[in-house]
Design a protein around this ligand. Structure first.
Ligand SMILES: [Zn+2]
Length: 144
């Protein structure tokens, strides 16, 4: 049984572990019509527990909600601004919308610290030793 990498306390379970795919460029072959990029791929599994997975899910739901609400507030503010000056939708409206969106994101970043989480600080999947080592030697976590 492995221990959860995120909290280093609980026993990890497969359903809460995170699989990360890594890629490495393996050259290009070209025929007259098609250019094919080749790459190697490997999967690394980071052992996780249910509590930590729930914490991560809570954080991603919070982030998605904060971005959506900020965006809608920005659009609403721009429309409100426009209703003060009907018939002309210009820089003032766009600027107001962007400012309200930015304010929403700022508030979201303050509030996210209040979201209860189980995992230890700084436990970013890219810092998992096996992944960090591969990333340092030319692998990427996206398709090259
Ligand atoms: Zn854990």
């Amino acid at each position: 049984m492995s221990i959860c990498w995120y909290c280093e306390i609980n026993v990890a379970n497969p359903g809460s572990s995170k699989k990360v795919s890594l890629y490495k460029k393996g050259g290009v072959t070209a025929t007259r019509r098609v250019i094919t990029k080749h790459y190697q791929t490997i999967d690394v599994t980071i052992p996780g527990c249910r509590m930590c997975k729930e914490s991560y899910d809570r954080i991603s739901r919070f982030t998605a909600a904060a971005v959506t609400i900020s965006f809608l507030a920005g659009v609403l503010a721009a429309l409100l601004m426009d209703s003060l000056n009907p018939g002309y939708f210009g820089l003032a409206e766009i600027f107001t919308g962007i400012m309200v969106f930015a304010l929403g994101i700022f508030i979201g970043r303050l509030l996210i610290k209040k979201v209860p989480v189980q995992f230890l600080k700084g436990k970013d999947p890219i810092k998992y030793p096996e992944i960090a080592e591969k990333l340092a030697s030319g692998w990427t976590d996206y398709k090259p």
